[in-house]
Design a protein around this ligand. Structure first.
Ligand SMILES: Cc1cc2nc3c(=O)[nH]c(=O)nc-3n(C[C@H](O)[C@H](O)[C@H](O)COP(=O)(O)OP(=O)(O)OC[C@H]3O[C@@H](n4cnc5c(N)ncnc54)[C@H](O)[C@@H]3O)c2cc1C
Length: 375
């Protein structure tokens, strides 16, 4: 029998919704509070053990229906120069024995599947509401919500992302997110697939793209900038236009023609944060980006959040008390998350110092081999 019967997740992103699904599947009643009124975001890749975690959550097939599958012959991680010449066919990747086919997923589609699944399992997902205060009495947490309601839980999961308010409440002295020296630019280009897919590098920055069945091409770019200065929508648009103009590769020229004034271009700093010792205090546990956020150089942050959720439910099912379950969770999750955070940040630094691509691939290959092991 599970060591908890009621749980609250603060945050209904990938980590919070997947934790709610995993816990609901072992008979734990879960509530989720989420500040955003609708699922937001661009796209993400789910590969390796993370795809397996999606399967363990029981939603892989549904997500697959609205995703782009990446078989072993995918070119999505290949690298081209600014003219379109292929430089690297595929970076080294482990064999991921036994894991499911990797998927490129439109994030709102993924979050919709998750929210619908959670609701079908009896999870109460409330939007536009959050936890105002958490009172831990040792054997339960009494939560007062921003709508004035109060509920009692066996434990609380802080899944509120890199800017986690729950983290600040639990660990006021925890490190703050650190800017990695690079920014990400994302744009959903309307229309059919553009070929050849993959990454392209110019003197201005690096960009990659892939097709999604929503008839959108997900475009992601990385540009180095020593100090982060918040960008207006117009500045983000100008940055992307400038980057696209630095390529003569026919695929990028085609994308440039699709970029029209008014397009929604998202520009954000790459930031990271890692709690090096523990992610819980009393009966509140941080998971996902709230505990271990990183840059997208390995494309594994969301995958780590999915794995966190599955492992949390396994520990809650196997242990006889919440503190034991939290400790067992930490023992399994901390080293894996550390590998992803530290490697991603190192890859970002290597890119900024123009390290030879072989060094980059060696580091990435070693980290992928580590996380290819079962979680
Ligand atoms: C450019 C970029 C590309 C990426 N690409 C990939 C990729 O290809 N593959 C991959 O696996 N990962 C990728 N990632 C990482 C991935 O996006 C994150 O690791 C993942 O979203 C973490 O999920 P999360 O649920 O922990 O946090 P979030 O996705 O940030 O979700 C947190 C949720 O909590 C809500 N919230 C915040 N505060 C509160 C509050 N006080 N109360 C209630 N709700 C609150 C937010 O609205 C949000 O919905 C990428 C990241 C970036 C920046």
């Amino acid at each position: 029998m599970a060591c908890a019967s009621t749980v609250l997740s603060v945050g209904g992103g990938i980590a919070g919704l997947s934790a709610a699904i995993a816990l609901a599947r072992i008979g734990v009643h879960c509530d989720v509070v989420e500040l955003a009124n609708a699922p937001l975001g661009a796209s993400l890749g789910i590969s390796g053990r993370a795809a397996e975690a999606l399967d363990e959550l029981g939603i892989y097939d549904q997500v697959y229906e609205s995703a782009t599958p990446w078989g072993r012959d995918t070119k999505v991680a290949s690298l081209h120069d600014s003219t379109g010449k292929l430089l690297v066919a595929m970076p080294e990747r482990p064999d991921w024995p036994g894991s499911k086919t990797a998927l490129g997923v439109y994030r709102p589609a993924l979050l919709s599947v998750m929210a619908d699944t959670a609701k079908s399992l009896g999870v109460d997902v409330r939007r536009g509401v959050t936890a105002q205060s958490l009172q831990d009495s040792g054997d339960a947490v009494e939560v007062t919500f921003t709508d004035g309601e109060t509920r009692r839980y066996d434990f609380v999961v802080g899944a509120d992302g890199i800017g986690s308010r729950t983290r600040a409440q639990l660990f006021p002295d925890a490190p703050q997110p650190i800017y990695a020296g690079q920014m990400s630019i994302r744009w959903m280009a309307p229309g059919p697939a553009v070929q050849p897919e993959g990454w392209y590098a110019s003197s201005v920055g690096r960009m990659g793209f892939y097709y999604l069945p929503q008839d959108l091409v997900y475009v992601a770019a990385v540009i180095s900038e020593a100090e982060w200065v918040r960008k207006t929508d117009e500045e983000a648009f100008a940055l992307l236009s400038g980057l696209l103009a630095s390529f003569t590769a026919p695929a990028i020229v085609e994308l440039r023609e699709r970029l029209k004034p008014g397009a929604e271009v998202i520009c954000r700093p790459f930031e990271w944060v890692f709690l090096p010792e523990t992610w819980f205090k009393g009966r509140t546990l941080l998971i996902g980006d709230a505990a271990h956020a990183t840059t997208a150089h390995m494309g594994m942050g969301g995958g780590m959040a999915l794995e966190d959720a599955v492992v949390l439910a396994q520990c809650v099912a196997a242990k006889s008390s919440v503190p034991e379950a939290f400790q067992a969770f930490m023992d399994r999750r901390l080293p894996r998350a550390r590998t992803v955070v530290e490697t991603s940040v190192a890859l970002s630094q290597m890119e900024q110092s123009n390290a030879p691509p072989e060094e980059n691939r060696k580091l990435m290959g070693a980290a992928f081999a580590t996380i290819a092991q079962p979680y």
